[in-house]
Design a binder for this molecule. Structure first.
Ligand code: NAD
Ligand code: IPM
Ligand code: MN
Length: 357
């Protein structure tokens, strides 16, 4: 069998700290499962790299990244109050450029309340859902502008792009995923009572795709109401399909109700296989705890499991998930950093999980 050829973009802040642990655990699981080795090529990119070189993502680096089987991504971005770096520059020219250029149309963000994890909710129930977030469209494409900037007459627009192609592929993916799950249910989350143009495209697409999946039920919820149910009854959700921006916001909320951002994993998937998919924790570079070994690497480790699953290595992925469940149950909560008062360092958590895969 061939080695798995990964690109690793640690990025900024806690990014490199958590990808190091993810790679450690992925290698241990690979050995335990008897899979061919993982080869990793590190790419130095992010806010610090931009400060040092003036480069965000060169065409050359992008072409090199295309050649890997998959990408493990940490986090990028400066502290919100760091005035040396224009806000949005790194996010747009590095992270979003990767998602767009590599055609990551499906952004998978699973949420589970693991046994032993305290939820901020009094009655969380059995939470196990996946947000299938569109990854290449919506207001993220940067279609907009401002006129009369800085005057009292300024007008700024951010146009949300929704194509039949982009909506259909993510909706299809959501239904196909739901068909493999026990409850087989898809909830479209949008705001079609106000966003009538895009909202109706999403709705029609869901109705059309639903006819191909008679075994999958579906319903609809406005995004504002979805935030109510995600805090009052999150166990009701199975697969949520939604646009890029609603998906971004809902998945931080989903992380918060399932034990914190230190546990939330994601995969940016290229469903046509024309470029590598990219797996990353939902959290950012956490400048407030960077460089102190306080970050919980679990989100990155679970993202590594998603990567291995995607790469056709289900046994290694299963081993990681099981080891993480056991570790979380034993620790009684999230593992480090802001979530738990750093009982163990980032590396100690990674070591413990790597030992038990
Ligand atoms: P953040 O997710 O970096 O941090 C929010 C809070 O969560 C902080 O208190 C942080 O300490 C805590 N936290 C995050 N990850 C943690 C972990 N693994 N363990 C323990 N605690 C953790 O969000 P932010 O502060 O809004 O953003 C910081 C920077 O990261 C910004 O530049 C932002 O643009 C960027 N960002 C990048 C990504 C990405 O690369 N995918 C995602 C979100 C934000
Ligand atoms: C995420 C992040 C990114 C997003 C930002 C940093 C561009 O918040 O991955 O959730 O909005 O998608
Ligand atoms: Mn986000």
């Amino acid at each position: 069998a061939a080695a798995l050829d990964l690109a690793v973009i640690g990025g900024d802040g806690i990014g490199p700290e958590v990808t190091a642990e993810a790679l450690k655990v992925m290698r241990a699981a690979t050995a335990a499962a008897g899979d061919a080795e993982i080869r990793a090529t590190e790419y130095t990119l992010g806010a610090a790299h931009w400060l040092a070189t003036g480069e965000t993502l060169t065409d050359e680096a992008l072409e090199q990244l295309r050649g890997h089987d998959a990408i493990l991504f940490g986090a990028v971005g400066a502290a919100p109050n760091d005035t040396r770096i224009p806000s949005g520059l790194i996010e747009r020219e590095l992270l979003l450029k990767l998602r767009f250029s590599l055609d990551h149309g499906v952004n998978l963000r699973p949420s589970r309340l693991y046994p032993g994890v305290p939820s901020p909710l009094a009655h969380p129930g059995d939470i196990d859902f996946v947000v299938v977030r569109e990854g290449t469209e919506g207001p993220y494409v940067g279609n907009g502008g401002a006129i009369r900037t800085g005057t009292a007459q300024e007008i700024a627009t951010e146009v949300s792009i929704n194509t039949a192609f982009g909506v259909e592929r993510v909706v299809r993916h959501a239904f196909a995923l739901a068909a493999t799950r026990e409850r087989r249910h898809v909830t479209l989350v949008h705001k079609h009572n106000v966003l009538v143009h895009a909202g109706h495209l999403w709705r029609r697409t869901v109705e059309a795709v639903a006819t191909e999946h008679p075994d999958v039920t579906h319903d609809y919820m406005h995004v504002d109401a979805a935030t109510i149910f995600m805090t009052t009854d999150p166990a009701r959700f199975d697969v949520i399909v939604t646009d890029n921006l609603f998906g971004d916001i809902l998945t931080d909320l989903a992380a918060a109700v399932t034990g914190g951002i230190g546990l939330a994993a994601s995969g940016n998937v290229n469903i046509s296989g024309t470029a590598p998919s990219m797996f990353e924790p939902v959290h950012g570079s956490a400048p407030d705890i960077a460089g102190q070994q306080k970050a919980d690497p679990t989100a990155a480790i679970l993202s590594g499991a998603l990567l291995l699953e995607h790469a056709g290595r289900p046994e290694a992925a299963r081993r990681i998930n099981e080891a993480v469940y056991a570790d979380i149950a034993a620790r009684g909560g999230a593992g480090g950093g802001a979530d738990s008062g750093a009982v163990r360092s980032t590396a100690e958590i990674g070591d413990a999980i790597a030992r038990s895969v």
